[in-house]
Design a protein around this ligand. Sequence first.
Ligand code: SF4
Ligand code: SF4
Length: 192
Amino acid sequence: MEHIHTLSIQNTYDADFIKRVEEASGQQVSKCYQCGNCSASCNYTYVYDYPVNQIMRLIQLGQREIVLKSRSIWLCASCQACTTRCPCNIEVSHVMESLRIMSREEKMVSLKDIQLFYDEFLRSVKTFGRVFETGLLPVFNMKAKRPFGDMDLAPLVLKKGKLHLLPSRIKGRKEVAGIFERLEAFHKKHEA
Ligand code: SF4
Ligand code: SF4
């Protein structure tokens, strides 16, 4: 059965939310007039709890908790189709990215294990210079306590040549690791 989300807007209104999102993303979310082009372009609407145009509207309505706890912001693939088609030139995918950062910072990530997946993904990029999917999945599965999760897909993707048994040897591995080290140093400095 389809879920219908009903909102009590007054009770959950956060007046500062849109300002904070606009500052974090550098985008004028207030300009969105709900044409729906972003959702019509988005390949992931079918798994979202709120289509991306509704995320924009919920920000305008100050619905901080609903937005930062939504699964949509985490399932967004940053493909930028929404950004390309927005008649108001809003970088919608950048707004989604800023919402993910805010959701983490404000401890509102509600999707199970998604934070762990992002952390392991970045750890793989730091180590190998690009993501090594074949190594990432077993590590993520073990840490998420789902040892055989998605393993049924492995033969199919291996057959199609989408996964490799060894990580690629890319140029600039050290430089990529350097980006992470500078970021970690930046965070340490600002936490001190
Ligand atoms: S960037 Fe995210 S929200 Fe925008 S179209 Fe792509 S998947 Fe959908
Ligand atoms: S395409 Fe732009 S103006 Fe249209 S609903 Fe999406 S964000 Fe709003």
